[in-house]
Design a protein around this ligand. Structure first.
Ligand code: HMG
Length: 393
């Protein structure tokens, strides 16, 4: 029988993200659209759109994100893989199963895909924490991976991006112990959605920004009603970042609600990476968390970080975690900074070409050209089956 622990600290033991090797600079998009570049740089707070090659998708991004964690920690104790995405590749089979094989996870590790727009990784993290609280010797790998593509020439186009984040959830976590208290909010709205027959989402952009702010208020009120921490306790806040300016607006909104200091210093470190990547949906908040931990200059040990997760449709949650002693020794800061720095800017025409991802719907066979810089790639699609390989084997 496994012991039932109640006082054990549970949370994020390791945190790793991956972005592909190409991007479109937003000044290129602005020039092409005849828009002043400051609209994107200042108005949205964004610099780049991360782009996948034809042989990259949510599976390869996720496997790349998780690889460094498994290299450092091994697979012992991992008996659950939760894969959060809203840009999945199959209506039935979890994208996580391909990742399970690519990472050589044990066969007795359960795998499932979670969906609720950008919120699903938070559901995964909370489920993982609840599970590990019940069985503290177990570990859960939570992976969030998404490719955000909007219609060409839409106002949302500048907020595209892609990326994946992997988190290992365990007892006595080395990075962030997640508080049991949270504040949640669900409402049935059409601010952003993607019917099964569409490759790009439909979005009521301005409405979505208002619902994001309203949901933040509802979550914060629920969090306070549940006995949550006071605003002034938080050393940093991380927000879901569809674009970083949204997080700034969220922060001012929260400060006003809580009668707190609206200084943006307590949320800017969390925005450094997302400006360089764009919206990576389910992964966005957790790329922001990596950014906050890796770019805050003061020692965060013992200090709480507030996290706001929003997924259109809509579900939102405010929760918190306490930074653990020695956390800085377990961050992948150098790797993450190198990944972002060592990318190549593409031309507008290449950007257009990269949108034309081969998608054989008649069972024919398509070999994907080698564009991925990482070790995992989608080698071909054949008879409606996707073939993923480890290019280093
Ligand atoms: P837009 O039409 O580009 O908006 O769409 P805008 O014309 O209002 O411009 C944006 C800002 O740039 C404005 O500032 C302008 O003043 C400013 P604000 O009024 O916000 O303070 N601006 C300039 N600033 C400096 N110099 C200039 C200049 N020109 C203009 N020269 C919109 C913006 C966000 C609506 C659009 O990009 C969009 O639809 N994006 C997609 C939806 C989205 O990201 N929504 C966010 C909340 S919902 C969410 O986060 C969920 C999501 O991640 C999906 C999921 O959950 O799965 C999206």
């Amino acid at each position: 029988m496994t012991s039932q622990a109640t006082n054990v600290k549970v949370g994020i033991a390791a945190l790793s993200f991956f972005v592909p090797g190409s991007y479109l600079g937003l000044e290129t998009l602005a020039e092409r659209h005849g828009i002043h570049p400051d609209k994107f740089k200042v108005g949205l707070g964004q610099k780049k759109i991360a782009l996948t090659g034809f042989d990259e998708d949510v599976v390869t991004l996720a496997a790349e994100a998780a690889r460094p964690i498994l290299d450092a920690e091994g697979v012992d104790g991992i008996d659950t893989l939760l894969f959060a995405t809203e840009t999945g590749i199959d209506q039935s089979k979890s994208a996580g199963i391909y990742v399970h094989r690519l990472l050589n996870l044990p066969p007795n590790c359960r795998t499932v895909e979670l969906k609720q727009a950008c919120y699903s990784a938070t559901a995964g993290l909370q489920m993982a924490c609840a599970y590990v609280t019940r069985q503290p010797e177990k570990k859960v790998l939570v992976v969030a991976s998404d490719v955000s593509r909007y219609d060409l020439n839409s106002s949302a186009e500048a907020t595209q991006g892609c990326g994946a984040v992997a988190m290992l959830v365990s007892a006595d976590p080395k990075l962030l112990a997640i508080d049991p208290i949270a504040g949640c909010f669900t409402e049935d709205i059409m601010d952003f959605w993607r019917p099964n027959y569409r490759k790009t989402p439909l979005v009521d952009g301005k409405f979505s920004t208002l619902r994001y702010l309203n949901a933040l208020k509802q979550c914060w009120n629920d969090y306070q009603d549940n006995g949550g921490r006071a605003y002034e306790e938080f050393v940093q806040f991380c927000y879901h970042l569809p674009f970083s300016r949204m997080g700034e607006k969220g922060h001012r909104h929260l400060a006003k609600l809580a009668n707190g200091d609206p200084n943006l210093d307590r949320c800017k470190a969390g925005m450094v990476y997302n400006r360089e990547v764009g919206n990576c949906y389910a992964a966005s908040l957790y790329m922001g968390l990596a950014s906050a931990l890796e770019n805050t200059e003061i020692d965060l040990t013992g200090r709480p970080i507030g996290l706001y997760s929003y997924g259109s449709g809509a579900v939102a949650e405010f929760f918190a975690g306490e930074v653990q002693p020695g956390y800085a020794d377990h961050l992948l800061t150098a790797r993450h900074k190198a990944l972002l720095a060592e990318r190549t800017a593409v031309s507008y025409d290449t950007y257009l070409a990269l949108r034309e991802v081969p998608d054989p719907q008649d069972g024919s066979s398509v070999e994907m050209p080698r564009l991925a810089k990482g070790q995992y790639r989608l080698a071909k699609i054949d008879e409606h089956k996707r073939h993923y390989v480890n290019a280093f084997n």
